[in-house]
Ligand binder design. Structure first.
Ligand code: PBG
Ligand code: ZN
Length: 323
């Protein structure tokens, strides 16, 4: 006699639905956008099939369509701004992101939740995420610059700022800069656990943000380290982060799960550019079933403990009703 027959509860769709442990909802998705200057501009990104850079007027139309699909949370990246040694156009109030935020906010108000990426790499001539002193990315002056950048986005009306630079103490630095100016309700999602990863390749093409020389290993994390990952998460929680993010996502499900079990804050994951492009290109080559692979990945993120999923697949998922 077989005592355990787990197949009993797989017999038909009704019983399978009844015992399903993991749910996904459109409310979990945040959709990234790349913004360029100019007008009437939509530039497809070759390395990321289905994703384009938009000028602000085009982005407004894109967002309007996506809102109808139920995508009401976006993450903004500025591309092609004037680059300088210290990345100062990152915090100028007349730069792309503040302009995009105020345009979208006046069009959609509180129907749209806007998060902005806070980092210097798209704004520095050297392409590093902070300010360089003596050939080293200097921590504390970078934190001051990032805090100015975050403040300029909050002033434009961003609902959430999301620092992706991995400097030490930037969550606390940004939080106090915001609070000092009265932006106590601007939320802060930390890219708390961000690994130095080859999975960012297509993004760096999209955002023109690759480091000119060297790599990001003196600030982004070593992917061999899981305990240190948790320490990064807990540090950012203590500094006042509202949401903790793990990035990339697919190769780091253990890190997502470990963080989920050790914090009471909401956990986000970033399903990054190469994770997206690998799926899209394999699907285009007819090697995998796109819907199948995408949804399996999304459920894996949720099962691991992510309640916010930042993904370039969000539009395909909702447009094609894959949920
Ligand atoms: C900027 C930043 C990067 C990503 C998000 N913010 C690239 C990097 O750190 O080199 C990657 C996102 C993606 O690959 O989709 N620091
Ligand atoms: Zn960066």
């Amino acid at each position: 006699m077989l005592i355990n027959r787990p197949r009993r509860l797989r017999k038909n769709p009704i019983v399978r639905e009844m015992i399903a442990e993991t749910m996904l909802s459109k409310n979990m998705f945040m959709y990234p956008h790349f913004i360029v200057s100019g007008k009437n501009t939509v530039q497809p990104i070759d390395a990321m099939p289905g994703i384009s850079r938009f000028s602000i007027d085009e982005l407004r139309k894109e967002v309007e369509g996506n809102l109808k699909l139920g995508i009401n949370k976006i993450l903004l990246f500025g591309v092609g701004e004037r680059k300088s040694e210290d990345g100062s156009s990152a915090w100028h109030s007349d730069s792309l992101i503040p302009e995009a935020v105020s345009t979208l906010k006046s069009a959609f108000g509180n129907d749209l939740y806007i998060a902005t990426d806070i980092c210097l790499c798209a704004y520095t001539t050297h392409g590093h995420c902070g300010i360089i002193k003596n050939d080293y990315v200097d921590n504390d002056s970078s934190v001051l610059a990032l805090a100015r950048m975050a403040l300029s986005h909050a002033e434009a009306g961003a609902d959430m700022v999301a620092p992706s630079d991995m400097m030490d103490g930037r969550v606390g630095g940004i939080r106090s800069a915001l609070d000092e100016k009265g932006f106590v309700n601007t939320a802060l999602m930390s890219y708390a656990i961000k690994f130095a990863s080859s999975y960012y390749g297509p993004f760096r093409e999209a955002a023109d943000s690759a480091p000119g020389k060297g790599d990001r290993k003196s600030y982004q994390m070593d992917f061999r380290n899981g305990r240190e990952a948790l320490q990064e998460g807990i540090t950012d929680e203590h500094e006042g982060a509202d949401v903790l993010m793990v990035k990339p996502a697919l190769a780091y499900l253990d890190v997502i799960k470990n963080l989920r079990e050790n914090t009471l804050l909401p956990v986000a994951c970033y399903n990054v550019s190469a994770e997206y492009s690998m799926v899209k290109m394999a699907a285009q080559a007819g090697v995998v079933n796109e819907q199948g692979i995408v949804m399996e990945n999304m459920f894996a993120f949720a099962r691991a403990g992510a309640q916010i999923i930042i993904t370039y697949h969000a539009k395909d998922i909702l447009k094609n009703a894959w949920l």
